[in-house]
Write a protein that binds this ligand. Structure first.
Ligand code: PEP
Ligand code: MG
Length: 382
């Protein structure tokens, strides 16, 4: 029926495709599949009953298409190629394109793409099956490997982010229900060890490590996180914008952090009050919802006014047309799973900043998500 991110993270290369009855497109199971280039279609509901054991399927996840009874399907299987198929494109993307990663293998694989670093390293994905908290030494060694194997000169480590579908077994009992800063308040040693480990990794490798905190609700919490990170010797500190409360108070971050990163997956979830894991929520979680576009515009304007860098690391940024809109709204960088980078980087290399602004304005004028996409697409083609 469904798979947990912990199960999905254990897939070997024998798994070439995934179809599940339940689950939403921004669930962490879908995210882990995307990271690994495994075509996945989630939340197909009763349609799954039409598939019988041992049947060959063709799965075209980009088109949400499952072909049953395909003739000689082996002939059609195309493996996801991380390298840029449009290598003739010479120009640079108009904004920075970075990768998302959740394992050392993901970080390494980004070398085959045009990613100029890692915009979101989901550290919790390293520890999904751990009954005992990873030690300072083990974490430092893992983060060093990430820093050494990633492309470019920048890795943004997101501190541990526990969620309903990303439970960490070593955070148990009452604490397992706490997210973001609330967890830190209740169990401060966990974050302290992690920040110390990231700092050690940066020192021993001589690479740049930035950190950002997930699920920050207030500027006060952001300030406390930044202070702790800087006390640990980390110079570049940011917070994710994933709650409507922080989204509407960005100006209060002035002087507290260096950058913000918009998590469209959770920001949509809390703007619309829907469950990320439910396929029934997919429409409201669509990045093209006017309410989300408006929120991204306002966050970006407010952040720029206080000289903060702005990135977008949620799944919406993996859609090349959406990435154009983000560039047009003034976002400085976008990051996405390795397999999505080639198309996004190619699209962002083909247009001017002025054109991106026109595309963004067209999307902002729309009354609903479908019109937003259509208007943006039409403007891009003009
Ligand atoms: C987000 O919420 O958009 C995000 C990038 O974080 P995660 O998907 O890990 O919750
Ligand atoms: Mg999130």
């Amino acid at each position: 029926d469904d798979l947990s991110p912990a199960e999905t993270a254990q897939f070997t290369s024998a798994v070439v495709g995934v179809v599940t009855k339940f689950g939403g497109p921004t669930s962490h199971t879908a995210i882990v599949c995307r990271q690994r280039g495994i075509p996945a279609i989630v939340g197909v509901g009763q349609l799954i009953d039409q598939i019988s054991l041992g049947q060959d399927l063709l799965i075209d996840a980009a088109e949400s298409l499952i072909v049953l009874n395909a003739d000689q399907p082996q002939q059609h299987i195309v493996r996801t190629d991380l390298s840029d198929s449009q290598s003739q494109i010479q120009s640079e993307p108009i904004i920075e394109v970075l990768g998302n990663a959740g394992s050392t293998a993901d970080a390494e694989a980004l070398n085959q793409t045009r990613a100029s670093g890692i915009g979101l390293f989901r550290t919790e994905l390293l520890f999904l099956n751990r009954p005992v908290a990873p030690s300072l030494e083990e974490q430092a060694a893992l983060y060093s490997r990430v820093l050494e194997s990633a492309p470019g000169s920048k890795v943004i480590f997101r501190t541990l982010d526990v969620d309903s579908d990303k439970a960490l077994p070593f955070i148990s009992g009452r604490h397992s229900d706490l997210r973001g800063w609330r967890l830190h308040k209740a169990a401060p040693q966990i974050l302290q060890t992690q920040l110390a480990a990231i700092s050690l990794a940066a020192k021993s490798t001589g690479k740049n490590a930035a950190v950002m905190a997930p699920m920050i609700s207030t500027a006060h919490d952001a300030g406390e996180f930044a202070e702790l990170a800087k006390l640990n010797g980390i110079g570049d500190v940011g917070v994710m914008v994933e709650t409507p409360e922080l989204a509407s108070n960005i100006e209060q971050l002035a002087g507290l952090v260096d950058f913000v990163s918009i998590g469209t997956n959770d920001l949509s979830r809390y703007l619309f009050g829907v469950d990320r894991l439910a396929s029934e929520s997919a429409e409201l979680l669509d990045g093209w919802q006017p309410k989300l576009l408006q929120a991204i515009k306002e966050i970006t304007l407010s952040a720029k006014a206080i000289s903060l860098r702005v990135s977008v690391c949620g799944e919406a940024a993996a859609d090349p047309l959406f990435a154009v809109v983000l560039a047009g709204l003034g976002v400085d960088s976008v990051s996405m799973a390795g397999p999505a980078i080639a198309r996004v980087a190619a699209q962002l290399s083909e247009i001017s900043k002025e054109k991106a602004r026109e595309v963004a304005l067209a999307a902002l004028a729309a009354a609903d998500r479908k019109a937003a996409r259509q208007l943006a697409s039409a403007k891009l083609e003009q």
